[in-house]
Design a protein around this ligand. Structure first.
Ligand code: GCU
Length: 430
C-alpha cells in the first residue's frame, strides 16, 4: 500500500501534466491545420427567428448578442450612478512645434480628488475651423510615453515591464518618456485635422491578477462583495469603461465634434476598444489594431492564441464564465464576427500585421467579412472578397481592412489608413 502511495505521489504531477497536454492542443500557426468549425449565426435569433430588418436587429438580435458577450466573454459592466469629473491640470498652447494645444486632464471617478482617477492627454490642432473629429485610445505605458516632453507628468502607477519601456520595480522612470511614441503619431493625426486623446490603461485597472482589489472594480462592489461575480467584468471591461469616461469628457469640449469621435486600440487595448464601442453607441467609428483573440479574431478557428491560452495567461481580462470555454471553443455561444457586427452601422476598421500569427490575421479578416451582413441591413457596403495581400488596404465600404507587412504593433502606416478611412466615411476633403 505504502509503495502504491509513493508511486502515485511520484507519478501524480506527470499524470496531471499529461492530462493537461491532452487538453491543451499545440498552437496552430498553419492554415492547413485549422479544424472544421461552424460560426454561430449572425442573423438568426436564439429562438430561431430570422433577423430581416434593422428593427429586428436593433430591437432583438443586437441586445441579445450584447448580453451574450457580457455573460460569457467580457462580463457585465455594473450600473454606475456616479459622474466623472475632470480638471485641466496643464495646458501647452504651443505643443508639437506650435501645431497643437496639449492638455493634461484629470478624470475623477469619485466625489473625492484622492479616489481612483485617470489622466487624459489631449492634442487639439491649432489650425482648425469649427469642431474637429477625434481619435481616443488607451496607451500601454502612460501619457509620458506618448511624447518625450519632460513637462508631461510621469505616471506614478504600476506598469508592466516590456522591452524598451525602462520600467524599474513596476514604475516608470525618466527614461520611459517617449517609449511608445511610434504608436501615437500626434504630429500626423493633428496635421490631418484630428484631435488625439489617450490615457493609460493601468489608471483604470493595473494589468495583473490581484483578485480585483486595486483599480476601479471595488468602486462598484455591493456591500460585502470582494470580487466581481462570474458574469461581471474583468480588466477589459474596466478599460472599456474608462474609454467611455474619456468620451464623456471629450463630448463636453466645444472644440470637438461629438458625432465624430473614433475609438482606437492596439492588441489587448484593441479588445477593450471593441468592447467599449459595442456597449457605447456614442463612439462614431471603431478601429481594432491587431486585437487578436478576444478582439477581432474568430475564436472557433483556434489559430494562434486560443481562449484557453488567453485565460490561463491572463485570468483577469475576461469574466470568470469565459473560462468554461478553455479548449472548448466549439461550445461558445458567440464568436467575434458577432462582436464586430455590434459596431454597425458605425464605420469599422480592422487591421492585422503579417507576422502577427498569434493574433490570427486571417481570423480577423474573416470576422470582418462575416460581420458585414449587418452593414448590408443598413444599406451599407461592408467588407467583401479575398484577403488582400500585405500593404493593400481594402476600404471602400463601411468596414475597412488592411494587413500591414511586419510585426505586432501600431505604426504610422496603420494610422495613415485610419485617417484615410475616417476622411472618406466622414466626407472630409483633404
Ligand atoms: C499577449 C496576449 C494577446 C494580446 C497581446 C498584447 O500577446 O496573448 O492577447 O493582444 O499580449 O496586448 O500585446
Amino acid at each position: 500500500m505504502k509503495l502504491l502511495i509513493c508511486l502515485l505521489a511520484l507519478l501524480g504531477p506527470w499524470l496531471a501534466g499529461a492530462g493537461l497536454a491532452q487538453r491543451r492542443p499545440p498552437v496552430i500557426q498553419d492554415e492547413a491545420q485549422v479544424p472544421a468549425y461552424s460560426l454561430p449565426p449572425l442573423l438568426v435569433g436564439q429562438d430561431g427567428s430570422p433577423v430581416r430588418t434593422r428593427k429586428d436587429w436593433e430591437q432583438k438580435r443586437r441586445p441579445e448578442l450584447l448580453r451574450l458577450f457580457a455573460t460569457h466573454v467580457y462580463g457585465h459592466t455594473p450600473a454606475w450612478s456616479g459622474q466623472v469629473r475632470w480638471k485641466t491640470l496643464q495646458e501647452n498652447p504651443q505643443a508639437l512645434g506650435g501645431k497643437a494645444t496639449r492638455r493634461e486632464i484629470a478624470l475623477y471617478f469619485t466625489p473625492d480628488d484622492a479616489g481612483p482617477q485617470a489622466r487624459l492627454l489631449l492634442y487639439l490642432p491649432n489650425q482648425r475651423r469649427g469642431r474637429v473629429p477625434a481619435f481616443v485610445g488607451l496607451n500601454f505605458n502612460g501619457n509620458h510615453a506618448v511624447e518625450a516632453d519632460p513637462t508631461i507628468a510621469l505616471n506614478p502607477n504600476w506598469m508592466n515591464p516590456w522591452a524598451e519601456n525602462f520600467i524599474v520595480n513596476n514604475r516608470a522612470t525618466e527614461r520611459s518618456r517617449g517609449c511608445e511614441a511610434r504608436r501615437w503619431p500626434a504630429d500626423l493625426v493633428v496635421g490631418r485635422g484630428y484631435a488625439l486623446a489617450t490615457l493609460y490603461y493601468g489608471d483604470l485597472d493595473p494589468d495583473f491578477d490581484d483578485g480585483f482589489q486595486n483599480g476601479i472594480h471595488p468602486l462598484f462592489y455591493r456591500a460585502g462583495q470582494t470580487r466581481p461575480d462570474s458574469a461581471q467584468w474583468g480588466s477589459i471591461g474596466a478599460w472599456a469603461w474608462g474609454l467611455s469616461r474619456a468620451l464623456d469628457c471629450l463630448l463636453a469640449d466645444p472644440a470637438i465634434d461629438g458625432k465624430r469621435v473614433a475609438v482606437v486600440g492596439h492588441s489587448r487595448l484593441g479588445k477593450a476598444a471593441l468592447w467599449a464601442a459595442a456597449q457605447d453607441p456614442r463612439f462614431g467609428l471603431v478601429v481594432s489594431n491587431n486585437s487578436g483573440c478576444g478582439g477581432a479574431a474568430l475564436s472557433k478557428r483556434i489559430f494562434g492564441e486560443t481562449v484557453g491560452l488567453i485565460n490561463e495567461q491572463f485570468p483577469h481580462w475576461f469574466c470568470k464564465n469565459f473560462q468554461q470555454y478553455n479548449y472548448f471553443e466549439e461550445r461558445l455561444p458567440v464568436d467575434q464576427h458577432q462582436l464586430l457586427a455590434l459596431m454597425a452601422p458605425r464605420p469599422l476598421y480592422v487591421a492585422s500585421a503579417s507576422e502577427d500569427l498569434w493574433a490570427d490575421p486571417r481570423g480577423e479578416f474573416l470576422a470582418a467579412i462575416h460581420a458585414s451582413p449587418v452593414y448590408q441591413l443598413y444599406g451599407h457596403q461592408g467588407l467583401a472578397g479575398d484577403m488582400p495581400p500585405p500593404n493593400t488596404p481594402r476600404a471602400t465600404g463601411r468596414v475597412g481592412y488592411h494587413l500591414r507587412a511586419g510585426a505586432h504593433d501600431m505604426l504610422a502606416y496603420d494610422w495613415e489608413q485610419y485617417l484615410n478611412f475616417a476622411d472618406r466615411v466622414w466626407g472630409r476633403r483633404r
